[in-house]
Write a new protein. Structure first.
Length: 159
């Protein structure tokens, strides 16, 4: 599997203040800005950091992930997860966080969601609009908000 970089998605209460902070912290401008959303695609440190404005809930991490080079790498990760008897949820050609992606999700025992994903191109929308999904998405809000881009209750999805 060709791993590109880790991915962290943060829920933030003020996107402008957070972008200003991270631009100072990393010494670079955000790679992508949309209303309520920002992305830092960093080389050093190798990190795909996204943030979306969301109400304060006491939980700041939305989800975690590993960005890979190709759809084949996503499929390889899915096979590995299933061989390890982990429940998975897959999405193909889904528009999420202003990008078209293929992804496979797993959830740890504490409910932390992890995705292995490839970015296939830009999308005009932030909202999760799968063109084809292996199981029905369980989202209730706009993409990358606390309940979006993260399939809830993987136990309900077929492995």
């Amino acid at each position: 599997m060709n791993v590109l970089k880790p991915h962290i998605s943060l829920n933030v209460s003020n996107i402008d203040a957070s972008v200003a902070f991270y631009e100072r912290a990393f010494g670079v401008s955000a790679t992508k800005r949309r209303p309520g959303y920002a992305k830092f695609d960093l080389s050093t440190p190798a990190l795909n950091l996204t943030m979306q404005e969301a109400p304060r809930t006491g939980v700041n991490a939305s989800h975690f992930g590993v960005q890979v080079a190709s759809t084949e790498d996503v499929i390889e990760a899915k096979r590995r997860f299933e061989a390890a008897e982990l429940k998975t949820f897959t999405e193909e050609d889904t528009a999420c966080c202003y990008a078209v992606q293929d992804k496979v999700w797993i959830e740890d025992p504490d409910g932390n969601s992890w995705e292995v994903f490839v970015v296939k191109g830009d999308a005009d929308v932030m909202e999760n609009q799968p063109a084809k999904a292996a199981a029905p998405a369980k989202t209730e809000a706009a993409c990358c908000a606390p309940a979006c881009c993260v399939p809830s209750k993987l136990g309900d999805a077929a492995p």
